[in-house]
Design a protein around this ligand. Structure first.
Ligand code: PGA
Length: 262
């Protein structure tokens, strides 16, 4: 992490968990525990039905994030929620292209790009998820695959838009499995992503780009991951459902963590 250029972002992806009442209680617990790490930006992504409740709980203490979005602003699209409406509900971030969306719900690179564009057009920041499967990693195709996903997601963006993007590198084989990428392996992919963004949008923008790591981030591995120079925070699934664990991960991303100082 480079604290001078990039404020760490630690995002809790609550996936399909928690009622409204449970979400409120968890969010209250989280913001009390992360208050000491005010150099870290914290965002929470509850289910859609808990968004406005969390907006009121979080206030300015943490950011509100949505887990998905539809790219059209309104119309006959039963069941969808647009970026405009997520902004209206208080979101500042939207997770786009999570591997569960890609694998379970048929999300394509083209649609990830449409969603990225829609989120940016509504004044929010997309957290664009990329990552390889185990087969791709074993075949030595990790970087080609991940950089292809980056190219597709950012296609057609101008520099002003690209400057608001957050990337989350999440190896699919590490999500929810308890197997995280080694800090060195993750760093290598993060550096490759930053290099690709530098080619496309210039090195000044790439140096400001926040690249989060996701995939079984836990209290016991967070410090070593966050100490890597190109890892700027975390996208946390399972461990974000426990306030103490999540707060420990936020602490690991804090510049107050001596390992992270550079
Ligand atoms: P995990 O999920 O931390 O439970 O592996 C990460 C994610 O899916 O974003």
């Amino acid at each position: 992490m480079n604290p001078g250029l990039r404020r760490p972002l630690v995002t809790g992806n609550w996936k399909l968990h928690k009622t409204i009442a449970e979400s409120r209680a968890l969010a209250q617990d989280v913001i009390a525990r992360v208050a000491a790490y005010d150099d870290v930006e914290v965002a929470l992504a509850p289910v859609f039905t808990a968004l406005t409740t969390l907006r009121d709980v979080l206030g300015s203490k943490a950011q509100l994030a949505a887990q998905d979005v539809y790219w059209e602003s309104h119309g006959a699209f039963t069941g969808e929620v647009s970026a405009v409406l997520l902004r209206d509900a208080g979101c500042s971030y939207v997770i786009v292209g999570h591997s569960e969306r890609r694998q379970l719900f048929g999300e394509t690179d083209v649609n990830v790009n449409r969603k990225t564009v829609a989120v940016l057009a509504s004044g929010m920041a997309p957290i664009v998820c990329v990552g390889e499967s185990l087969a791709q990693r074993e075949a030595g195709a990790t970087e080609a695959h991940v950089l292809g996903q980056i190219d597709a997601a950012l296609q057609g963006l101008g520099a002003a838009q690209a400057g608001s993007v957050v990337v989350a590198y999440e190896p699919i084989w590490a999500i929810g499995t308890g197997k995280n990428a080694s800090p060195q392996d993750a760093q290598q992919v993060h550096a490759a992503i930053r290099g690709r963004v530098a080619q496309q949008f210039g090195s000044a923008l790439a140096e400001r780009l926040r690249i989060l790591y996701g995939g079984s981030v836990k209290p016991d591995n967070a410090r070593a991951l966050m100490a890597q120079p190109d890892i700027d925070g975390a996208l946390v699934g399972g461990a974000s459902l426990d306030a103490a664990s999540f707060a420990t991960i936020a602490a690991a991303a804090s510049h107050r963590n001596p390992l992270v100082q550079s």
